[in-house]
Each structure stands twice: as C-alpha cells, then as structure tokens.
Write a protein that binds this ligand. Sequence first.
Ligand code: PMP
Length: 281
Amino acid sequence: QYVLYGDQIIKRDQASIDMEDRGYNFGDGIYEVVYIYGGKPFSMEEHFKRFAESAAKLEMKLPYTLETIIDLTVKLIDANKIHNGIVYIQMTRGASPRNHLFDRESSCLITGFARKMDPPVQAQENGVKTYLTEDIRWLRCDIKSLNLLGNTMAKRKAADHGCHEALQHREGTCTEGSSSNLFIIKNGTLYTHPATNLILNGITRQHILTIANEENVDVTEQAFTTDDLLEADEVFISSTTMEIAPVIAVTGDKKGTYPIGPITRFLQKKLKEKINQPTVL
Ligand code: PMP
C-alpha cells in the first residue's frame, strides 16, 4: 500500500509522523474524502476547492498549488490501483515545539491514503435507522477540520442504539448527521439546513440542490425543527461515501418511522446519473 507524504508517494510502512505534529497534538488540520468510481475520482475539483477554503479559514498556507495537490492525489489513486474506493487527503500545520499559539507561516504537511470500498448499496436500497441527539459540536462546523470528537461521540451513541447514523439538533433545530447532511421532504418541498457555520456544506448536498433546481423539485435551504423531522413525509441523508441514503427510522430524542418515498428515489437516480456521466478533465 502506498501513501502520500508531502509531495512523495511512498510505501505506507516508510511514512512517519513527528510526535509534535500539530495535527497529532491539537487536531490542527483539515481533510477531504473523495470517492473513486471505476478508477475516476468524482467531484475532485469541488472537494479541493473546499479544502482550500477550510485552509483559508484556519489561516493555513497550502504548501503546493491546488493543481499540484490534485495531481498528487491522482498519483496516489493510481499507485494503489483503486477501482472503487476512497482517497483521504489531510493537511496539518506540521511539526513544531508544542504551543497553542500557531504560526501563520508554518509549513503544512499533506498526507493521504487510498482504500478500496464498494458503494453501500444495501443502505441506499433499504434505508438506514438514525439516532437523534443533541449537537454538542463547536460553532465552526463549516470547516472540515480534524476535530471530530462531537461527531465520533454522536456516531458511537447511534451505533449503541442499533442505528447507522446520528442526526444532530441544537435545541430542537436539526443541523446534520455525524458524517452526513440531512434533508426532509414535506408536501413536496425539500428542506435542508442553510450552509452556515453550523453545518458542513457537503459536496453531495450541493449536487442535490443543483439537481433539485434543474429538475424543478421545490427546494429551500431553511432550518427545520425536530418536530418537523418527525412529521416529514420523507427523510434522507447525503455524503460522499453514502451518496443518498433514505432514513427509515428515527429514535433517541424523538421517535418515528418513514417510508422510502418517490422524491428520495428520484434524487438518488439523478445523482447516480451525475456520477456516471463521463468526466471531462
Ligand atoms: N457533514 C459532516 C459533518 C460530514 O462529516 C460529511 C462527510 N464529509 C458531510 C456532512 C457530507 O459532506 P460530503 O457530501 O462533502 O461528503
């Protein structure tokens, strides 16, 4: 297995991370996950645009141009001969004597790995159960940072209740999943939380909004409550690795079940079409 270390593709067992890498000590870093379908990364440009935005929000300097980072990512995918799978790229603020104060000029370290993975067809077809719980995360969820404890704790809680994903709410306002965005459909209208500091503006979320506009599905980026969630006609979650997964049940702070509805199925089909379009690179 090959990994990306700086601008080099090396064997995984030859890579080493400094004990005082800021990513390791402070979670001082960012990442992206891109899905590879049939050897081709999907929405790579969009992912790396967000990567650059996360870096800018944290005042981290990219060590190479985005073009170079994308080239290195393609090399990493090819070196590992990934047909279907994911590529993970992260950037930390690098190694320096441990100190909360960061230096804006630090040279950042980019690393990455790739892994084979088949799309989760079962979840896409049959839907997933979810666990509704309080959103205890910080107030910059728009940054795709390495600090994911709020998310990992929510996911653990969901799994402990036999659920695939946690749905989070702040005092009754639904935000997003632990690693996905959340949508509901009520009376033919699609609702999702606006892209504020309280959610990650998912690349899949953005594709869904574009599709909805193209296909004349009524859509509004408007926050909704946990009561609205319960009363929804259809619910689904979206992410790079899941695409669109119908939600069939909610438990936890509120309890309800949902059928897998026609709008969810329609959006799933349209997203698949987008994924399967021959990419012009
Ligand atoms: N929200 C959170 C908290 C996530 O971790 C993810 C997965 N990266 C998403 C939303 C979905 O984003 P994307 O569609 O870009 O994978």
